[in-house]
Design a binder for this molecule. Sequence first.
Ligand SMILES: Cc1ncc(COP(=O)(O)O)c(C=O)c1O
Length: 383
Amino acid sequence: MFTSRRGFLRSLGGGVVATAAARRALAGAYNARNFEPSRSPESDGLILLNSNENVYGPSPRVVEIVKSSDLSINRYPRPDYKSLVERIATADHVKPEQVLLGCGSTEILRMAAFSFLDKGKQLLQGLPTFEAIEHYARATGAEVVSVPLARDFSHDLDGMLAHVTASTTLVYICNPNNPTATLTPRSDLEAFISKLPPSAHVVIDEAYHHYAGQSGMYASFIDRPLDDNNVIVARTFSKVFGLAGLRLGYAVASPNVVQQMRKFATEDNINTIASQVVGAALDDTASVNDFIRRNQNDRQEFFNQAMARALKPIDSHANFVMMNTFHPAQEIIDVFRKSKILIGRRFPTMDTYIRVSLGRPEEMLAFWRTWDALPYPKGSMHH
Ligand SMILES: Cc1ncc(COP(=O)(O)O)c(C=O)c1O
């Protein structure tokens, strides 16, 4: 336990924070397409089961604002940054000085990489995991150490600890993890974080938080914070809020870390439209709950369909499912593409697994029709 990691929550008052709950890279350092496949205009007529979006979102109230407003988009954005930050801080029961906005949580990941990495430093992460931060880390000249996930596809935290050195200045934990949709237990994460040296910052990426549910296994590090200056939680409006196209994400961290990271923010990183709908998106909790419920139904139906075919997908805590096909994933991806269905890309070390984002029921019927027509034996019962 490093006592120097402690302290900012206390400094924010009373020792207890209420518990309740880039796209544009630096000078071509990286290209978003390296880690997420086509979300492009050619998508017309395609079924998109490839980017873990919310097919039911956004809130109708958000749609109404976008349709009715005179948004003056000939002007540069003049978001009232302060009230935006306050609105998010209120929703998350944190102080405004703990909130940093980004152009998607991708920009948060970029700011973290550029704030805490450099040549001679090291990013430590699981494998496979969401790859944006790795691309930015490499752009800084830092080394990237990727430790394969454990057999149950949680982070192998002991294996990761074994790689921690004095130059490990950034650790990335995606929870629930993309692409596996798995959780790493809360208590294990707490033990892990307490063993990190004070020089290491930790990004906990909670992009899929709302789909994870509350359990002994999972609690958000925003809802149940550690008193640790080096923990940065990344969140996004792209998933349950259904606003992926508006590019809005944020970090919750200690005020010092927020100030440090802000230096790497893109100027005018919050667009006019995003800034005007955040309040409505957060206020419409009925819609959020509805999206969560629909996802639960869709996920259950996916597992029912899989089981009927003797398939065993990895238990999912998100809005997508990863499944072993016992066949080269790229070939399956290509067959689906020919049927106008985009599924997730191939992920390193999991060459026979496919990642399927949950779509609307009729889209999933099309998925299973294509699956059943695959021209080779499928599923675990053949192996
Ligand atoms: C784990 C994770 N983090 C971050 C992101 C980036 O999302 P955005 O930049 O839209 O907030 C994604 C997108 O798929 C993701 O899966």
